[in-house]
Design a protein around this ligand. Structure first.
Ligand SMILES: Nc1ncnc2c1ncn2[C@@H]1O[C@H](COP(=O)(O)OP(=O)(O)O)[C@@H](O)[C@H]1O
Ligand SMILES: O=c1ccn([C@@H]2O[C@H](COP(=O)(O)OP(=O)(O)O)[C@@H](O)[C@H]2O)c(=O)[nH]1
Length: 231
């Protein structure tokens, strides 16, 4: 089996842990990852916090309105690791069973799937995914979320917009801006968008609910979504 990393998948918390942990969905993602690995395609997964994380962040803000963003981020990170443990329990020996705490090359092991969550405050798991891709020299980062691609603005607030099939790194940076706030929703974290450009990583935004479409994307086949970058 090839030790080369094939993809880093940023798996939205909106899919795995909203409003509560999604048992069937996690099972289906695990089955897909195992199918890919059986075909020699070993990817790594960074999982978000979802409603579970937002519930804890909102509770902390209600308990103490002075709570810092960094403390809220720490709560979010713990929730991303809880969600990671759920996927790990379905992957068994195909995955590295401990959760890496940082995005160094040591986060991955030849032939094994790595699953991880957040690392430190001030970012989201999209940034962790982009940093992991950069650290291990993986040219593709796929962001599976609850929207079918990147739009000129938030499609929930601006109905009628057309999604992009493909956009440049610079256009993505214009769309997502620069500001981080604990628990905020971005189609892609601004830090990740900058790393894509600096490290020439091809990004993808895809609706993770459609697992067949997601699997086609991860296999390098035709898929419906938005491609970010030049390849
Ligand atoms: N320009 C944009 N294009 C697409 N979606 C956007 C955009 N700006 C904001 N969004 C919002 O980002 C959401 C995805 O982020 P989020 O809900 O945090 O998902 P996840 O938990 O999967 O990361 C979408 O549902 C959409 O409402
Ligand atoms: O490296 C990280 C990853 C996550 N978070 C916090 O955890 C929350 C949940 O993570 P994320 O936004 O990636 O989850 P998703 O949007 O996929 O539900 C974020 O809003 C941040 O507050 C963080 O501080 N550092």
């Amino acid at each position: 089996m090839s030790a080369a990393p094939s993809f880093v998948l940023s798996l939205g918390g909106s899919l795995v842990a909203s409003p509560v942990p999604q048992v069937e969905y996690v099972q289906k993602i695990a089955a897909m990852l195992l199918r890919l690995r059986a075909d020699g395609i070993v990817g790594h997964v960074v999982i978000g916090g979802g409603t579970v994380a937002r519930t804890y962040i909102n509770a902390a803000r209600a308990i103490n309105p002075q709570v810092s963003d960094a403390e809220c981020d720490e709560l979010g990170i713990i929730c991303t690791r809880l969600n990671s443990k759920l996927l790990l329990s379905a992957l068994g020996t195909a995955a590295r069973q401990d959760i890496p705490l940082d995005t160094t090359p040591d986060a991955v092991r030849p032939g094994l799937i790595t699953v991880m969550g957040g690392t430190f405050p001030g970012q989201t798991t999209d940034a962790v995914s982009a940093k992991l891709a950069r650290a291990i020299g993986c040219p593709r980062m796929i962001n599976a979320t609850n929207v079918d691609g990147v739009y000129p603005a938030d499609p929930r607030k601006n109905p009628g917009l057309q999604k992009y099939q493909r956009i440049s790194h610079d256009r993505l940076i214009e769309i997502v801006g620069t500001e981080h706030r604990a628990g905020a929703s971005f189609v892609i974290d601004p830090i990740a968008a900058r790393i894509f450009k600096e490290s020439n990583i091809t990004g993808v935004v895809i609706n993770g609910q459609d697992i067949e479409n997601l699997e086609r994307c991860l296999r390098g086949q035709e898929f419906n979504g938005t491609i970010i970058g030049n390849q």
